[in-house]
Design a protein around this ligand. Structure first.
Ligand code: SF4
Length: 76
C-alpha cells in the first residue's frame, strides 16, 4: 500500500499520488498518460493531473492496478 507520507516530488495536490517505492517501470504512465508522467530523470513517475469524473478516475485506478510495487495511492 502506498504511503501518503512518502510522496515523490511533482505530485499535484489531491487523492492520487506516487510514493517513494516507485521503481520507474513506466507502466502507470503508459496505462494512463493523462494523469501519470515520468520524471525527467526517468527514475520515478508522479501524478501531474488529478482525475476528474468517473471515467478518468477509472483510468487512474487502472494505472494503480498495474503498478508492480504498490507505489500509487488514492488516499492523499
Ligand atoms: S507503475 Fe508504479 S513503479 Fe511503475 S512507474 Fe508507475 S508508480 Fe512507478
Amino acid at each position: 500500500m502506498a504511503d501518503k507520507n512518502s510522496k515523490v516530488s511533482g505530485n499535484v495536490p489531491g487523492p492520487f499520488y506516487v510514493d517513494s517505492n516507485c521503481i520507474g517501470c513506466e507502466a502507470c504512465a503508459q496505462t494512463d498518460p493523462d494523469h501519470y508522467v515520468m520524471d525527467d530523470s526517468g527514475t520515478f513517475a508522479y501524478v501531474f493531473k488529478q482525475p476528474e469524473g468517473d471515467a478518468e478516475r477509472e483510468a487512474a485506478l487502472d494505472a494503480q492496478g498495474v503498478c508492480p510495487v504498490d507505489a500509487i495511492g488514492d488516499d492523499g
